[in-house]
Write a protein of this length. Structure first.
Length: 97
């Protein structure tokens, strides 16, 4: 649904269509997205129009970037230690010959 909304506002019916879900089911999904601050809804007559609120996605991306850097650093250090250990084991086997 977020992907659909990235190209512009959609009604709940339009959001439901690709997923073969009922209006009620789609509405529940939209409510979850609204409570997460990812979607805003306005009522136009009997039609509920949803719009992406990209600011919250930017916050999530920043949070993910922080942890990506954290884990990349940790995994790079682990790789360095494993390679050093492998080199040490290889050197130990060669000197035992």
């Amino acid at each position: 649904m977020l992907s659909q909304l990235s190209s512009g506002p959609r009604s709940i019916g339009e959001l439901a269509a690709p997923f073969s879900m009922t209006f009620a089911g789609a509405s529940k999904h939209v409510k979850v997205l609204e409570s997460a601050g990812l979607v805003r809804r306005r009522v136009q007559g009997r039609t509920h129009i949803c719009q992406l609120d990209a600011a919250r996605l930017s916050e999530a991306e920043a949070w993910l970037r922080h942890y990506e850097r954290f884990w990349t650093t940790k995994l790079d250090k682990l790789e360095e230690l494993l390679l050093a250990d492998a080199d040490q084991q290889k050197s130990g086997k060669e000197s035992a010959r």
